[in-house]
Design a protein around this ligand. Structure first.
Ligand code: ANZ
Ligand code: ZN
Length: 714
């Protein structure tokens, strides 16, 4: 043992021993209980950042702890390796995306090894490797066969500068998340996954996840957005169907106007050839350029179309308007306006002088529509509602819905906010969608035995922003698998969220070249017992991974219906109160810290500075404090190094000092065990160890080396 704490020597010594011994390699062992620890795999940007260090340090403690408890622990790592930055590097610096990505992976892998994380590297996956995306494509084909893949023309967010479609969540305040250009709308044929078929299960099964943070479940819940109500068919005077979705069929007698989403196809039919045509179409054009969020935030605005609808329940004629607050892609894109009971309708009606008619009265009070100062959305008794007068409005909802169904005017309806998942990207660096277009046979899926559809790695980027796959004949031109004639390939690639929706299953059998994974192996390892990652993935990634798992379950590929049993969302690493970012210039590089103080110091600090869910404030003094602590531990051990082999530990403590130290040790073991296993309170566990070290030091000062009687020194 050296006198000085030479962390680089200590760390590299043990890291190579772990590697030689294959310490963290695991295989299925049905005689032992397994434990699956997973950290969200990184995008290979080129360097680990402190968020990674935090994420993987937490995972590593859990993995080592469970190993010491006797579990067969699987702790894998890989790379979410497709996506835009690699493509931008290729465009801007002429470095092929594949090379840029693989170099970054190599660099980050060595950084992870230097951090001493206990990964089973034999299970490593990179989503950009053909041996991985082959199975992403295979899964696409299984989804296709199951009717869960379809193509449709859709208005998409279009970033003119990235020349690509953006998901709604990639649009921030109407601008591209990456380049901040103003986002347009564009109609394109797109591939979708039918996640809406799974909306109810995705909602119901949240209840099977007691190990998830409530706030994440609430976010998922709201994202799915289930509403119960009815579709009611109104008609225009001219006889067009004008079906609305409403959660309040009890208020149908209170309708005083109708609103259509401005970009609804019926709008043109209603106004063509009338004096309203120009204004209404100009308004519609203006609205269609805005996002739903922008529209929701602006003041309510609308125009009369000149047309009228007939209320099917009372035969009344009501004006039809277009307005910014009605969205095309929710419900039917048409709303019945009930200003007395819906606040948005109320504001709109007051602004444009539309009548307000009360049909739900609170008990013991008489509301007057003309006098109302705001809508009355609460429960009450139906009035002005013909045969339904006098019912409480909950009964009214049932009775009016029944009535509507009997009369063939509509039906009970459940509506979800969740939209189908747009997976097409007009980008190069992604998993090619395994579809072929033939003039004779139409859309033909690539036969499974022809997978993978290889993504060419040598491509030329032109300055047009168009994916090089589109103009690359060697990629595009192919034979039709059905008729053998000349055909072309789909050039869209998949959203990278597809790649990351099943990687945890591939880890169970990462090197399988015959099938996506062996079911027996996956059934042994799944579910992930502890998933750890940033809260920024609380909605999309987790929703998509849950969706994939359910489809794979339905396909008989896995016995898991939910992928992640317990979820820990770690807080951010802050510096001077702000998230570390290049633009703010407050980044602390893990490489530098590890170089200066060693990985153990970095890990200790990051686990000690805050409980894992909380944000963590970086502190140079804190890091130095941790470094001094490790030095102290080292010196203490060194002071015993002559005795360590010769001292015989006694089973019985003989002196008061021995007894006291033993008591401290047991107390620390208990505290650390509880803090780590029950609450992941690594910070308090570390405090307990620090106290214990103090006790040791005290003991050392009092007991001469040859009298040492330690249960630890065996
Ligand atoms: C009449 C009514 C009366 C409504 C009332 C509410 C209260 P959630 O809960 O979000 O599903 N709506 C329906 N489609 C819409 C669209 N495309 N754009 C904007 N608003 C739309 O809300 C459902 C309610 O939102 C529906 O019920 C409808 O207004 C409106 F006292 O119908 B309601
Ligand atoms: Zn053909």
């Amino acid at each position: 043992m050296q006198e000085r704490y030479d962390f680089s020597q200590v760390e590299s010594k043990w890291q190579s021993i772990w590697e030689e011994k294959g310490m963290y390699r695991v295989t299925e062992d049905h005689g032992r209980k397994k434990y699956y620890v997973l950290e969200m795999f990184p995008y290979p940007s080129g360097n680990l950042h402190m968020g990674h260090v935090r994420n993987y340090s937490i995972g590593d403690v859990v993995a080592r702890f469970k190993t010491m408890e006797g579990y067969n622990v699987i702790h894998p790592m890989g790379w979410d390796a497709f996506g835009l930055p690699a493509e931008n590097a290729a465009i801007q610096h002429g470095i092929p995306a594949s090379i840029w990505t693989r170099e970054n992976i190599a660099k980050m892998k060595s950084q992870l090894k230097a951090m001493g994380i206990s990964y089973d590297w034999q299970r490593e996956v990179a989503t950009c490797n053909p041996d991985y995306y082959r199975w992403t494509q295979w899964l696409f084909l299984q989804f296709y066969k199951k009717g869960l893949v379809f193509k449709k023309k859709a208005a998409v967010n279009w970033c003119p500068s990235c020349a690509t479609v953006l998901a709604n969540e990639q649009v921030v305040d109407g601008a591209c998340e990456r380049c901040e250009s103003v986002v347009d709308k564009k109609e394109l044929e797109q591939w979708f996954f039918k996640i809406t078929d799974y909306a109810q299960r995705l909602l119901d099964d949240l209840e099977k996840l007691p190990g998830w943070p409530e706030k994440v479940k609430t976010m998922q819940h709201n994202w799915i957005g289930r509403s119960e109500g009815a579709e009611i068919r109104f008609q225009t005077e001219a006889g067009h169907d004008l079906t609305v979705f409403t959660t309040r069929p009890d208020t149908v007698y209170g309708v005083t106007y109708m609103v259509i989403a401005p970009e609804h196809p019926l709008v043109a039919e209603l106004v063509t050839g009338t004096e309203y045509e120009q204004d209404v179409l100009a308004f519609a054009g203006r609205m269609s350029k805005m996002t739903g969020i922008e529209r929701a935030e602006m003041e309510k605005e609308g125009l009369f179309t000149g047309a009228y609808a007939i209320n099917p329940l009372n035969g009344e004629k009501v004006p039809i308007w277009v307005a910014n607050y009605v969205l095309l892609d929710y419900g039917t894109g048409v709303v019945m306006g009930v200003p007395a009971h819906d606040q948005r309708d109320f504001e709109f009606a007051r602004k444009y002088g539309l009548p307000v008619r009360v049909v739900v009265q609170p008990e013991g009070e008489l509301l007057d529509g003309d006098q109302l100062e705001e809508a009355f959305p609460a429960e009450g008794i139906l009035v002005n509602s013909g045969p339904f007068d006098g019912m409480d409005n909950q009964t009214g909802i049932k009775k009016i819905t029944e009535h509507i169904e009997k009369q063939g005017l509509g039906q009970y309806q459940i509506q979800y906010r969740l939209r189908d998942w747009l997976i097409s990207r007009q980008r190069y660096w992604g998993t090619p969608i395994p579809i072929i277009y033939c003039d004779k046979c139409g859309t033909v899926p690539v036969p499974e035995e022809d997978l993978p559809v290889i993504l060419p790695e040598k491509v030329e980027f032109k300055n047009t922003g168009v994916s090089p796959l589109k103009t690359m004949d060697e990629f595009r031109n192919c034979r039709c698998p059905q008729c053998g004639g000349q055909a072309v390939r789909e050039t869209d690639t998949m959203d990278t969220f597809v790649d990351s929706s099943w990687y945890f299953l591939r880890y169970c059998d990462a090197q399988n070249d015959r099938e996506v994974f062996d079911k027996g192996k996956a059934d042994y390892w799944m579910n992930v017992d502890q998933y750890i990652g940033g809260v920024e993935h609380a909605i999309l990634h987790l929703m998509y991974a849950r969706f994939f798992t359910k489809v794979l379950y339905d396909l008989g590929l896995t016995k898991s219906e939910e992928p992640f049993q317990n979820l820990l969302t770690q807080g951010m690493v802050l510096k001077d109160g702000a998230k570390m970012s290049k633009s703010k210039g407050n980044v602390v590089s893990p490489e530098e810290i590890i170089g200066k103080f060693g990985a153990d110091t970095a890990r200790l600090f990051i686990l000690f500075a805050a409980p894992p869910e909380r944000d963590l404030e970086w502190s140079d003094q804190g890091v130095e404090g941790c470094y001094r602590f490790l030095n102290r531990v080292w010196r203490l051990m060194y002071s015993y190094h002559d005795q360590v082999r010769s001292v015989q530990a006694q089973d019985q403590a003989s002196t008061d000092q021995d007894r006291e130290l033993r008591r401290m040790i047991h107390a620390a073991v208990k505290k650390v065990t509880e803090d780590v296993s029950k609450r992941f309170n690594f910070n308090t566990a570390i405090s307990a160890i620090m106290e214990l070290v103090n006790s040791f030091q005290h003991y050392r000062e009092q007991v001469p080396a040859d009298k040492v009687n330690l249960p630890l020194v065996r």
